[in-house]
Design a protein around this ligand. Structure first.
Ligand code: NAD
Length: 522
């Protein structure tokens, strides 16, 4: 039974987040595998959210003045405290989200990696940089990075810790406070993390959680935060942008995906099949960077399909030790069923699973062939355990189809000779070569998409700078006789400027010598 849903209620049994806000309404969290009530939490009103942001502003003022070393020490202490509670966190994740224990533990581990990485790179990534001052040679030109203040993080339910932590860790390391609105389907895990943060950080309001559904998220987007980092669907992302526009609050958008995998005829077929199965089915396909469509060279198509089907049939669905857990969201199951029925109606061949293989909150993994871009399963985000495989005649056709998508988050290519050039031609924020999803596990790589998959980058140095204000400084070291920033010019300035234009940028000797030098270097 799928039951992890936002159910406002007036009961106060179960978990309390302990926050003193005035709201009487509560949100219930259920185990999607059993339907058991796990707890209920407060629904933060707009006033509650504003109060949390105001508290966070005070924390941010102090936190931003701390040295990188002090912040790194506190982030390390937070990480150690979370690691000490890894089993408990994984258990809550398992029960609240439905993912198997192994996947829950993996998610906890990946989240801790972000904290370690962010604390480790902050000082170098945000160090003041000197740039050439060009014509203004008497100036010292620098770029420096400063904390924004408060970052609002709005998260999804599919990776309820790891996805938000990809923003939270970097925002904190850059000197900001964070107010986090978790998904209404997974509030309990966020509150557990907030509890651990409150006892490890010296500043109690540095990381706060505001629970609730869309209205609470909308209130955060409209609040006085200095940036919103949103992860979720494109449809909600547009609403967040509209709300944030009221205050011109900058936004970072991590949205949905429809990741393509290309398999050429010289690829390692067994490895490619193994990757397609993992990429399509891990987290029961509920991953923004899940492999949602595979384009395979016609020379190896049948053998590839045979291998994929064989490997899929080895998987166990359900149980604590299953490979695929319960689906978290009932609404998502309807979308998956709709996509499967649409594909079958339009001629897709079902090798295993299919629309009839949905039972309660469990979906048997499905392999489809004979698919095309007229089908929803090849163009809309399915977000379920489905591997649709399309036969292609050439690499060019594979790339054209892979790029025929409004999304562009991750992608994958299995090939020998042409792997790198195919990867470069795939329109996506990230590509794994001869692997799947690897870019998400390398913390130094920026994570994000193009098109309907969003904009802005989390993780790595690019990610930490997203949570910083860039400051340009031009410092005059000594004055020159000719001062461009003054009305008190001496001599015939127009004549001097004409000479400079010719010499520096036109047919003058300095300009030509510069062009020649560049050509030699090319
Ligand atoms: P969703 O868009 O339904 O909800 C995301 C969050 O937005 C939730 O916390 C929700 O309460 C909140 N929200 C809802 N309405 C809001 C509003 N009007 N204003 C502000 N906040 C609002 O997405 P979901 O179903 O939780 O997550 C699944 C989606 O997230 C998929 O499309 C998936 O691909 C995407 N996702 C993307 C990434 C990434 O990094 N690109 C990672 C994980 C998931």
């Amino acid at each position: 039974m799928v039951a992890a849903m936002a159910t406002p209620s007036t009961t106060s049994n179960g978990t309390s987040n302990g926050t003193s806000n005035g709201s009487q309404e509560r949100l219930s969290s259920y185990n999607p595998a059993t339907g058991d009530l796990l707890g209920s939490v407060a629904i933060f009103s707009a006033a509650d959210v504003d109060a949390a942001v105001a508290r966070a502003k005070i924390a941010a003022e102090t936190w931003s003045t701390r040295s990188f070393a002090t912040r790194a020490n506190e982030l390390d202490a937070f990480r150690h405290a979370l690691a000490a509670e890894a089993d408990k966190l994984a258990d809550i994740l398992h029960r609240e989200n439905g993912k198997p224990e192994l996947e829950a533990l993996t998610e906890v581990m990946m989240s801790l990696g972000h904290l370690k990485h962010a604390a480790g790179i902050a000082e170098k990534a945000l160090a003041t940089k000197k740039v050439s001052s060009g014509l203004l040679a008497n100036f010292r030109a620098t770029i420096s990075y400063h904390a924004l203040g408060v970052v609002g993080v709005i998260g999804p339910w599919n990776f309820p810790i790891n996805t938000p932590m990809g923003s939270i860790a970097y925002a904190l390391a850059a000197g900001n406070a964070v107010v986090w609105k978790p998904s209404e389907l997974t509030p309990l895990i966020a509150l557990e993390i907030e509890k651990i943060a409150a006892r490890t950080f010296a500043l109690p309001d540095l990381l706060q959680v505001v629970t609730g559904a869309g209205a609470t998220g909308a209130a955060l987007a409209k609040s006085a935060v200095n940036k919103i980092s949103f992860t979720g669907s494109a449809a909600t992302g547009k609403r967040v942008m509209l709300a944030a526009a009221e205050r011109l609050t900058p936004v970072l958008m991590e949205l949905g995906g429809k990741d393509a995998m290309i398999v050429t005829d010289d690829a390692d077929l067994e490895k490619a099949a193994e990757a397609a199965v993992y990429g399509g089915l891990s987290n029961a396909g509920q991953a923004c960077v899940a492999i949602e469509r595979v384009y395979v060279s016609d020379a190896i198509h049948d053998r590839f399909v045979e291998e994929v089907v064989k490997q899929v049939k080895e998987l166990k669905v359900g149980g604590d030790d299953g490979h695929l857990g319960a689906m978290t969201s009932e609404a998502q199951i309807h979308i998956i069923r709709d996509h499967l029925e649409d594909a079958v109606k339009k001629g897709a061949k079902v090798h295993t699973g299919g629309p009839g293989a949905i039972s309660g909150s469990y979906i048997q993994p499905t392999v489809l062939t004979n698919v095309n871009h007229e089908m929803k399963i090849m163009v809309e985000e399915t977000f379920g355990p489905v591997i649709p495989i399309q036969k292609v005649k050439s690499i060019d056709e594979a790339i054209r189809l892979a790029n025929d998508s409004k999304f562009g988050l991750g992608s994958s290519v299995f090939a020998k000779k042409s792997a790198r050039s195919i990867a470069e031609r795939m329109r996506a924020g990230m590509t794994s070569i001869n692997s799947v999803m690897a870019f998400a596990g390398i913390y130094g790589l920026p994570f994000g998409g193009v098109g309907d998959s969003g904009f802005g980058r989390i993780h790595g140095e690019e990610g930490i700078r997203e949570f910083s204000r860039v400051k340009a400084t031009a410092e005059q070291s000594f004055s020159l006789p000719m001062n461009m920033m003054s009305f008190r010019q001496k001599g015939d300035m127009p004549k001097q400027l004409r000479g400079m234009i010719k010499n520096l940028y036109g047919d003058g000797i300095i300009s030509k010598a510069g062009d020649l030098l560049r050509k030699i270097r090319i």
